[in-house]
Write a protein that binds this ligand. Structure first.
Ligand SMILES: [Zn+2]
Length: 271
């Protein structure tokens, strides 16, 4: 069989975001049209289904828990938000958000109770006038808020990884590695996230790719994590091969590699 190719890569590249339910309605329609006629995308979609199903299920469970909690805590949300953001050392953003929400509340309050719509009215719907309530934000504060909003998906993924939200990190990284297949760091963090979730088998592919794509210390770091993934997946020979390579090239991971190798030889397992 000849190798399949996407018949329209411009639409085909929407696939990762389609899988994660991130497409706008119009994009989704275009993608579904394309899917009906592109064997390549059809095959790709179903190859990844078990993984994305798992991610979606975990995410939905997490959202359901959050939703139940938020119903109880809704009135306190600005305080929780402030506490959360302060922990992230971005209290300025919290101050801005709370100022903004206070402004919004003030606007809604001043409008009073909603009147029933007048059927006879022909006036155009009112737009908020530019001379309406002004935000209390300085231009610098707005600029800083903007820069927080324009974090790249990769930066958001790293932030999720650092917070220990590995499911979120994987959700963000999967589309990145498919759209930027040469992005060594994205492959590394994708593999490391799977490893952290106790899914070493899924970690092996991305970590192997990270080893191929990176150099120097980053390559050694990827190789060490690859060895851990092999060991935890029960692929002892492959794990030993990677560890011995790190030891032989006197890597900065040499001591870790030696320790892991001893552990693997002694018990056949690696923590
Ligand atoms: Zn296609």
């Amino acid at each position: 069989m000849s190798e399949l190719r996407c018949t329209d890569p411009r639409v085909g590249q929407l696939l990762p975001r389609y899988e994660l339910g991130m497409l706008e309605d119009s994009e989704r329609e275009a993608f579904l049209d394309h899917l009906a006629q592109c064997d390549f995308c059809h095959a790709e979609l179903y190859a990844l289904e078990p993984v994305t199903d798992l991610l979606r299920a975990k995410r939905e469970a997490a959202l359901a828990v959050r939703e139940r909690a938020s119903r109880a805590k809704r009135l306190l949300w600005p305080l929780h938000l402030l506490a959360h953001l302060e922990r992230r050392r971005v209290a300025w953003a919290a101050a801005i958000l709370i100022a903004a929400s206070a402004t919004l509340v003030a606007v809604l309050w001043s409008r009073g109770p909603e009147k029933p719509p007048e059927v006879t009215s022909t006036a155009p719907p009112q737009r908020p006038s530019p001379s309406g309530p002004k935000s209390s934000l300085s231009p610098q504060e707005i600029a800083r808020l903007r820069s927080a909003e324009t974090r790249t998906p990769f930066e958001s993924a790293l932030s999720a990884y650092e917070k220990g939200d590995f499911v979120r990190a994987i959700e963000l990284l999967m589309p990145i590695v498919r759209l930027e297949p040469e992005n060594a760091e994205a492959h590394f963090y994708l593999g490391a996230s799977w490893l952290q979730l106790g899914r070493p088998q899924e970690a092996i592919g991305p970590l192997r790719r990270a080893v191929q794509l990176s150099v120097g210390v980053e390559r050694e770091r990827s190789r060490y994590h690859l060895a851990l993934a092999y060991a935890r997946a029960g692929q002892r020979e492959e794990a030993l091969r990677e560890l011995e390579m790190l030891i032989a090239e006197n890597s900065v991971y040499r001591r870790d590699a030696e320790q892991t190798r001893r552990q693997l030889l002694r018990s056949g397992m690696v923590k």
